[in-house]
Ligand binder design. Structure first.
Ligand SMILES: COc1ccc(C(=O)/C=C\Nc2cc(OC)c(C(=O)O)cc2Cl)cc1
Length: 296
């Protein structure tokens, strides 16, 4: 990877890095202009050092006093697993990874993605949410994208509006596989919590270490997402810093619908079925596809 940074003009191989267009716990995303193709891309920039630190790799390992040394998963393996997942995905509703620039000598790892010009489908919270019809259009893309992921034996685990990107063609693509899980068989049994608290399914928040199934987690997050697209706010908003309050509400409170905007009973019916607290009673993707609001 040849980098030239002359007075802030950063050139990475054939890419000229431009403005920052995205930012998150993962790192940043910059607009990248490919001069050979005269074409723009989205460049996700990860710092390996930051990833190692986040995984607490810099602290001295505790004295093992004779116990066998277990090698904890290297956080870079996490990124390389995300890249391996992205490389095998090829679908109109999944963001497309073009190439990875990873110079072992360099701290940064660069992931080049197709640019989805309109960015996030909706910034939540917002006083100006989507109309029911726009939400319907985008939700149908999300259903098809999630169906493809589950068919490829992948649980996304962080479905939320900021990971749904909108292209110029008006279609939505699912992004960010940073916490996704691959499975074999028909589903995966998990015990780890991952993703964004306000989008976490109740079964992941229970005290006991019971296991829970992966696919139902994405269905729950789809419900929280659909609600937030039309109401501009998640049904269980994180109140300041008291996270246990959020967990209690997700576990116990029924979903309530504001009186404004007025939305169809069918849409509310679908949201209620996706936000069923008991994962065994939660609507399945195959049933969502048949739901009257989706097929209308
Ligand atoms: C206003 O115009 C805008 C156009 C495009 C963007 C944008 O692309 C933002 C994030 N992008 C991404 C993030 C990802 O993860 C967190 C992944 C991934 O890892 O799958 C891929 C992409 Cl592309 C923003 C504003």
């Amino acid at each position: 990877v040849s980098i030239s940074d002359v007075d802030g003009f950063v050139q990475l191989n054939q890419y000229q890095l431009k403005t920052e267009i995205g930012k998150g716990s993962y790192g940043i995303v910059k607009l990248a202009y490919n001069e050979e193709e005269d074409f723009n891309y989205a460049m996700k920039i990860l710092s390996k050092k930051r990833l190692m630190k986040k995984a607490g790799f810099c602290r001295r390992p505790p004295a093992r006093d004779g116990k066998p040394v277990t090698h904890p998963p290297n956080p870079l393996e996490r990124v390389y697993r995300e890249i391996a997942i992205l490389k095998k995905l090829d679908h109109p509703n999944i963001v497309r990874l073009i190439e990875v620039l990873d110079d072992p000598e360099e701290d940064n790892l660069y992931m080049v993605f197709e640019l989805l010009e309109k960015g996030e489908v909706l910034e939540v919270p917002t006083p100006t949410p989507l109309s029911e019809d726009m939400a319907w259009k985008y939700f149908r893309d999300i259903i098809v994208g999630i169906e493809y992921l589950h068919y490829q034996k992948i649980i996304h685990r962080d479905i939320k509006p900021s990971n749904l990107l909108l292209g110029d063609d008006g279609h939505v693509k699912i992004a960010d596989f940073g916490v996704s899980n691959e499975f074999t068989g028909t589903d995966i049994s998990l015990t780890s919590t991952a993703g964004t608290p306000a989008f976490s399914a109740p079964e992941t928040l229970k005290d006991g270490k019971e296991e829970f199934l992966g696919k139902a987690l994405d269905i729950w997050a789809m419900g929280i997402t659909l609600y937030s697209l039309v109401y501009g706010q998640v049904p269980f908003p994180p109140k300041d810093d008291y996270i246990m309050g959020l967990h209690r509400r997700i576990l116990n409170d029924p979903v309530t619908f504001p009186s404004v905007p007025t939305l169809s009973e069918q849409m509310k019916d679908l949201i209620v079925k996706m936000l069923e607290k008991d994962p065994n009673n939660r609507i399945l993707l195959s049933d969502i596809k048949e739901h009257p609001w989706v097929t209308k």
